[in-house]
Write a protein that binds this ligand. Structure first.
Ligand code: XLS
Ligand code: NI
Ligand code: NI
Length: 449
């Protein structure tokens, strides 16, 4: 039975019906094999753990253009000439897609949902008109807004940055955009608000006062925070680190850099991090590394779930398919207490030559199944308890005696020296057992294979 799901007066993806969980044995490419939203993993359902979100920009806006060629992907609302009517149709198509997929959340930039404009008044007017529609669609479908963000990087005015632009007038224009976006966050019940500093940084030091730009950035974020709180926004503000691309050196380089910046300027209690897989790898880290750095600082807010390509160094924003990586990411996430009120947002795009509507479904189904498997593997590893026992065991010399005294700050350098002096002979070598641990992860992943 192909039950119709459509949101407005038209069905935009008529060939695809609701995506169902059919289990690992199913050979239906348009079904979940592993993501079963109602299935409990520990105390929560998969839906509650994973909190999947669809990205408006990649899924309903980006047409596959790259520096060597224009778009290849067409959307069922492309033919509508009037930009406002096209935005309405896009919204209906988006909610139809998200509902058919069964993702509980979505995310957007301001200019993904409505036409941009030079004047603040026209920009605001366009947005608030579409926001009315989104509000109705949210209420009608139950789909919620994980986060929204201001696009402060596409318009030519932001070529030298937004909050870090050397021209105050550009910073002020960006602030107006952020103000409108915070109003929208409250209006639509966004659970978080993201800042991705795509052009906050520099291409050459010779024309840049880095210190002054970073002070402006912090002041801008502080004022955004103050305004957001004053209108009742209770969610997390999130900074999304990325080391480079589109410009050479981003100020929000990686998790560690952003944490240092937030602490330097006293922003650490309102701001957390949105960690993106492909951004971590661009910075030369594993995805799990940046997640762990954020978690250790108590600042793991949300995740942009995607991946790069192992053999090139740019932000390919591919859908996650690597279960080994997803398991390691979910291990950090579960050990740090889960993502809520963040989620797993597919900041990912299908390839430029995946031009069928169906491909958008395949891409998301694969990403959701991958993280469902990662979740189950991570949960199993935690339940079995051996990893934690093993890891804790490596630090056992700090649990008692002098090691414990050192940890509590009671040993001076001279005391360490004195007591090291009493040791005679070579100290024991303790194996890190890397291969054994790698093997056990494979065993957990493929038990029963
Ligand atoms: C680009 C970023 C962007 C943010 C939102 O690389 O990932 O998509 O997530 O502005
Ligand atoms: Ni990215
Ligand atoms: Ni992102």
């Amino acid at each position: 039975m192909n039950r119709k799901i459509f949101i407005g007066d038209k069905e935009y993806f008529p060939l695809i019906s609701k995506i169902k969980y059919e289990g690992a044995q199913s050979d239906n490419p348009l079904a979940f094999k592993f993501y079963n939203p109602e299935e409990k993993v520990g105390g929560l359902t998969m839906e509650e753990h994973l909190r999947f979100s669809v990205a408006y920009w990649h899924s309903f806006t980006g047409a596959g253009g790259d520096p060597f060629g224009g778009g290849t992907i067409s959307f069922p609302w492309d033919h509508i000439e009037d930009p406002m009517r096209r935005s309405f149709a896009k919204a209906d198509g988006a909610f139809e897609f998200i509902t058919k997929l069964g993702a509980p959340y979505y995310c957007f930039h301001d200019v993904d949902i409505a036409p941009d404009a030079e004047s603040v008044a026209e920009y605001e007017n366009n947005l608030s008109t579409v926001v009315e529609k989104l509000k109705e669609r949210q209420a009608g479908t139950g789909v919620k807004l994980l986060w929204n963000t201001a696009n402060l990087f596409s318009h030519p005015r932001y070529m030298n940055g937004a909050a870090t632009n050397p021209d105050f007038r550009i910073l002020r224009r960006a602030a107006a955009q952020v103000k409108v976006c915070l109003d929208i966050a409250v209006e639509l019940g966004a659970e978080n608000h993201v800042f991705w500093g795509g052009r906050e940084g520099y291409n050459m030091l010779l024309n840049t006062n880095m210190k002054r730009e970073q002070q402006h950035f912090a002041e801008f974020l502080a004022k955004a925070r103050d305004y957001g709180r004053s209108i009742g926004f209770k969610g997390n503000f999130l900074i999304e680190p990325k080391p480079m691309e589109p410009i050479k050196h981003h100020y929000d380089f990686d998790a560690a850099t952003v944490i240092g910046f937030l602490r330097e300027f006293g922003l650490e209690s309102d701001f957390k991090l949105n960690i993106e897989g492909n951004h971590a790898t661009l910075a030369g880290h594993d995805f799990a590394h940046d997640l762990q750095v954020a978690a250790d600082a108590g600042m793991l807010g949300s995740v942009d779930a995607n991946r790069g390509d192992d053999r090139n160094g740019w932000d390919t924003d591919q859908f996650p398919t690597d279960v080994y990586q997803a398991a390691q990411a979910m291990l950090v996430i579960l050990e740090s207490g889960g993502l809520n009120p963040g989620g797993l947002n597919f900041d990912a795009k299908r390839r430029r030559n995946s031009t069928d509507d169906e491909d958008l479904f395949h891409a998301h189904i694969g990403g959701m199944d991958t993280f469902a498997l990662g979740l189950k593997a991570a949960h199993k590893i935690i339940e079995q308890g051996w990893l934690k026992t093993y890891r804790d065991g490596r630090y056992r010399t700090f649990d008692e005696g002098q090691g414990a005294e050192f940890e509590s700050g009671k040993l001076s350098l001279q005391e360490l020296y004195q007591s090291a002096k009493t040791e005679t002979g070579a100290l024991p070598l303790s194996s890190g057992h890397q291969e054994m641990l790698e093997n056990v992860i494979n065993q957990v992943l493929f038990q029963g294979a």
